[in-house]
Ligand binder design. Structure first.
Ligand code: DX5
Ligand code: ZN
Length: 212
């Protein structure tokens, strides 16, 4: 099944609660929450207090994408704030296995993200330990960028690695996904689709109807 994970980064923060309700009503299964620290990526977005305040507004899966250095330091707090799925970047973790195990010990789902220029082979050892692989289709840090075409082939590579090893992890694609290219990424093997600007600048219901 294909799932949509609208990214709050493109939401109107002045009415964030209403935007969460909109995602909920539109039937998206996930809420994608981009946490940026201004170090791992150039931008600073928002963090724990925002997640805590929107948590009571919906039962949708909180898909928290940590674009921060040393994510280990915050696993407990993000789990307690209400993350259901916590994704860390392979590039930000010196001891990726330890980080993934710590996330799972909190009783939540663990995801690992790779940037466009990080080879899929980086995941070969950890693949059997994760619930989700996030293939970044733009360089992280900003919403509204264009999908980098070669990343579609990376989705295909991850899917075939998973199939070959009989693993059931989800593949999420994040960055520059629009109604025009969503079929391309799902055909390559992605089953969780992040969309920020395409959802909040367009019609969330349209994407929801067409592809969820
Ligand atoms: C980028 C973030 C994305 C971003 C996607 O660093 O991880 O989740 O919000 O936004 P769009 O869909 O506009 O590319
Ligand atoms: Zn993201």
């Amino acid at each position: 099944m294909k799932c949509l994970s609208p990214s709050l980064l493109s939401a109107d923060f002045a009415v964030l609660g209403d935007q969460v309700a909109l995602i909920d009503e539109a039937g998206a299964q996930y809420v994608h929450i981009d946490v940026m620290d201004g170090v791992f990526v150039p931008s600073i977005s928002f963090g724990l207090p925002v997640i805590r305040s929107i948590r009571p507004l919906t039962e949708r899966i909180f898909d928290v994408h940590l674009m921060i250095t040393e994510p280990d330091r915050y696993i407990d707090e993000f789990a307690e704030a209400g993350a259901d799925l916590l994704t860390v970047h392979a590039e930000a973790c010196t001891h990726l296995d330890r980080t993934v195990q710590r996330i799972k010990e909190k009783g939540i789902l663990a995801g690992v993200a790779i940037n466009p220029a990080t080879p899929v082979e980086t995941l070969s050892c950890i693949l059997g330990e994760v619930d989700m692989v996030l293939v970044m289709s733009v360089n992280p840090g900003f919403g509204g960028q264009k999908l980098i075409p070669y990343t579609v082939d990376k989705i295909r590579q991850v899917r075939s690695l998973l199939n070959r090893r009989g693993l059931k992890a989800d593949i999420e694609v994040d960055g520059g996904v629009t109604l025009e290219n969503v079929d391309q990424v799902t055909q390559a093997g992605a089953n969780i689709i992040v969309a920020g600007s395409a959802v909040f600048n367009g019609d969330v219901r349209e994407i929801g109807r067409a592809h969820v």
